[in-house]
Structure formats: C-alpha cells, structure tokens
Write a protein that binds this ligand. Structure first.
Ligand code: ZN
Length: 484
C-alpha cells in the first residue's frame, strides 16, 4: 500500500451541514475533530500483474471517553511496584483500522493516556476497549474480517474488502477458528458425535511431497484428525484423542490396502472391521494398473514402428480410462449434435447465451474407437474386462456373490501374465475379506472422494500461507460446511 501521511487531523472534506451521524461501532471512542480523507492505491492483482484500485481512507481522530479517562486515573493512583504516587505522563496516538463505509476504508486515530510513577521507572498506558487483541484493528473490523472469511473466502479478498493487511486477516481468522475447534488449553475438541465408521487416508497437501493423514467420520464427512505425517503413530494419537469409550463403539475402518493403518487399528481394537472400499480399490486399479499398462503399451507400439496406433492410444487417454457407459452417453450426445448440424464445442451448462453448440465434439464414435483400440491388444482388453468386473462387484447384493466376482478378477489378472495385473490380483486376493466387508457394511466412499476436492479448494483459498495449523483448521471448518 502506498500512502502519504500528513497530520491535518481536523481537515474537513465536507461541511458540517453535509455530514451525518452514525454509530461509531467503537464504544468508548470520542471523536474530537473532523475527519481527514486521503486516497490510497491498493494492488488487488499480483506482484507480477498489478491491478491498482484507488481507495478512500477516512481517518477519524479522538480519544477515549471522559469516564474511561477518569477510571484510568483512579485505577493508577499508586505504583504497583514501589507504592509511590503515579502522575499523568503525556499521551500517544494509536491508529486502528476500522470498519468499511461502502467501498471506503475508515481508521480511528485514538489518543490514549499514559501515567508514570514519580519514584521508580514504572509507567502504564491506557487500554483501548474496542481494540481487537493486540492487532492494530478495532473489534468491529475483526468482525468484518470473519464475515468476509465465511464460507471459504480467501485471505486476499478479505484483506482487500476490509482494507486490512493480509497477515492480520489470517491471524484473526486463525485465532477465531482455534477458539471454535480447540478447548481453553488449545487442545482439539473431541468428535462431536459417535462415529460408527471411520475413514483414514493420506493426502497430498501442498504442492510437492507434503502428505498428511486425515481421519474422517464416514457418515458426516467431518474431519476428526489431521497430522502432517504418513506414519502409523497417527492412529495411536487419534485413539488417545478420541478416547476408549468412543473407539469401542466404532464398528469399522475404511482405508487403503497398501497402508499399515489397518494393522495399527486392529492392534489397538480387535473388534474393528477393516473395510477396503470401492474408492480405494478403483484408485489402486487406475494408478497402479491402467496408467502403467497404457504407458507400456504406447512404448511397445512405438518400438514396433506402429507410430499411428501409439499416437492414437496417447490421444485417447480419456477413452481408456472411462467406462463403457460413459462412452455410450458421450456418443449419444455427440450423435445428437451431429444431427443438429453443430460444429462448435462448448462446455455444457450455458443457458443465457444459447447457441448451436454441443458439450462434446459432434459425431466422433468414441465407443467404436475404443473397441478398435482394444481389439488387437490383449492387455487393453483385460483392462476393459477387469474394470467392468470391478463395477459389477460393488453392485452384488451379498458377500457370497461379490466374492465370486472378485475371484473372477483375480484369475483374469493372473492370466494376462503382466506384472501390473499380477500385482493387482495379489492385492485383491490378500485383502479379499476386507473388500467383501463392503457388502455387509455398505460403507460409501463418497465422503472420501469429497475430502479430495475439499483439500483442493481450501489449498487454493489458503495458497501462499505456509501455516499448517491454519490450513488444518480451515480443513476442519470446511468439512463441517463452514459453521464457524
Ligand atoms: Zn514506582
């Protein structure tokens, strides 16, 4: 922010006839002069691409009320250090950022009194009752920040809206959230309700290799615990936090198959059912089988000089990773677009500016392309079969029939002879009971997937802040639908 200060406290920019009286929102403040208005240039863009906005800042000068001044004198008659007499010892001005007035900012220039001991060096300064903690803002401004931060607002936007430094915005919001989600000793609150099923998973937090382990209530999606480590002592810490009574009533834990979390939970509470849900199984298949197989196939085709086919596989990444049903639906849309003579492609959801545009490229027979691709390729064909079987497995009505489908998956994977498929076969085989547990408990994986999106959203909103505590508090808050 760029502003030039001057000390013309009493300079009026409107005549008294044009002025109106409003509540100060700073109880105890007594304005002594008029106001002084200056214009500041605020950068609402970035450092690289500045967008300069001119903002008016009204400075109101005054002190504290006569009652408060009298109280200050009465309370500081005698020196608490040596018992000597205290006397008035000048005053000082403190500038506090205050509420906004339309798009203008206001600030209070508050004169506060000082008293000093006439014997020793002790001195005391008047406390400003409407100051927000130790920040140079008023309580009303602090309330304005929280209002601007509600429902996932960004610190940057709140800072511009309120005319307050971004770091202060973050500090105010953080201490508010901490007050909401921790007790008076700064310890995280216990889970608000008894969870029957918990989900535990590790997620990438910031860009790079920063992981955190998150424990959620699978029914509500509320985050109950976050720790910035992948280690299993997270489980121990959470159990200590939630308590024995809570853990005894939990029925099951949904988690990923590769992690040691299941073992750690089982070790502490043997009654817990370990559930490997659909979300994690599909994720493993996508990341550990589909992706490497596709890449390997591309390489093989290239090595055999079949560049056109390799290129087609590369370009059709989307096709090889989506299900037949999705492709069919896209084809139907495309065919319709072709019939209507549409040539342009445009994202769906436009209603205001209707035009002859299609959400998918017209014509283009995706299912046929897909079938062409897999016809001559055994591994792509196996991918297709296993994916359909996985979908089928989670639709089976009971554990017995689900088991049969899963065993089918194991044998298809083994027959391919491919290392990635064989890895997946072993994964399914080794975790069969936990996968089938789904059919009994019917734990949905929707909440787990929701958390991924939540982290992305909050990460974007909190971008630039390396404060992990603040980031975790915002995740807790967001997972509860921003109640605070
Ligand atoms: Zn003294």
């Amino acid at each position: 922010m760029n502003y030039k200060e001057s000390q013309h406290h009493s300079q009026l920019t409107v005549t008294p006839d044009e002025a109106i009286r409003l509540p100060s929102y700073a109880p105890g403040f007594r304005q002594t002069g008029g106001w002084f208005t200056r214009t500041a240039e605020i950068n609402t863009g970035t450092r690289a691409k500045p967008v300069i906005v001119k903002k008016k800042i009204h400075r109101l000068t005054g002190g504290l009320s006569a009652e408060l001044n009298a109280m200050f004198a009465a309370e500081n008659e005698v020196c608490p250090v040596c018992g000597g007499h205290m006397h008035a010892h000048g005053s000082e001005y403190v500038l506090l950022k205050h509420i906004t007035l339309g798009s203008d900012y206001t600030e209070l220039n508050v004169c506060r009194l000082r008293r000093a001991c006439s014997v020793c060096t002790y001195s005391v300064t008047q406390r400003i009752p409407f100051q927000d903690g130790s920040h140079r803002i008023t309580r009303a401004a602090g309330a304005g920040i929280l209002h601007a931060m509600k429902h996932g607002g960004t610190c940057k936007k709140a800072a511009i809206d309120c005319g307050i430094n971004r770091n202060i915005v973050m500090e105010v919001h953080k201490s508010h959230l901490a007050g909401y989600y921790t007790d008076c000793d700064g310890v995280l609150i216990k889970p608000e309700r008894q969870a029957l099923y918990l989900g535990i998973d590790e997620w990438k937090l910031h860009d790079g290799n920063h992981y955190a382990t998150i424990i959620i209530d699978l029914e509500t999606g509320h985050i109950l615990w976050i720790q910035d480590t992948k280690k299993t002592d997270v489980v121990r810490n959470f159990i200590a936090h939630a308590g024995d009574e809570f853990m005894k009533k939990v029925k099951g834990i949904a988690c990923d198959m590769n992690a040691d979390f299941a073992r750690a939970f089982k070790k502490a509470y043997d009654h817990l059912e370990i559930i490997y849900d659909r979300f994690h199984l599909i994720r493993n298949f996508n990341e550990k089988v589909i992706t490497p197989v596709r890449i390997a196939e591309q390489k093989r085709l290239k090595a055999e000089g079949r560049h056109e086919e390799a290129e087609r596989l590369r370009r059709n990444r989307y096709i090889t990773t989506s299900s037949r049903d999705t492709l069919k639906a896209k084809d139907a849309q495309g065919a319709e677009a072709l019939k209507a003579g549409v040539t342009d492609v445009r994202p769906s959801g436009q209603t205001l500016f209707k035009s002859l545009r299609s959400p998918v490229p017209p014509g283009d027979n995706r299912l046929e392309t897909y079938e062409d691709l897999i016809r001559d390729n055994r591994l792509l064909c196996a991918l297709d079969i296993v994916r359909e079987q996985l979908r089928q497995a989670y639709m089976e009505p009971d554990a017995g029939s689900m088991k049969k489908v899963l065993e089918g998956i194991v044998s298809v994977c083994r027959e391919t002879g491919n290392e990635h498929f064989k890895w997946f076969a072993k994964l399914v085989k080794d975790h069969l009971d936990g996968i089938i547990a789904y059919a009994v408990h019917r734990v949905t994986s929707g909440k787990c997937e929701g958390i991924v999106n939540l982290i992305k959203t909050v990460r974007r909103a909190a971008y630039g802040f390396k404060d992990t505590d603040y980031f975790f508090l915002r995740l807790l808050d967001a997972s509860r639908g921003y109640p605070a």
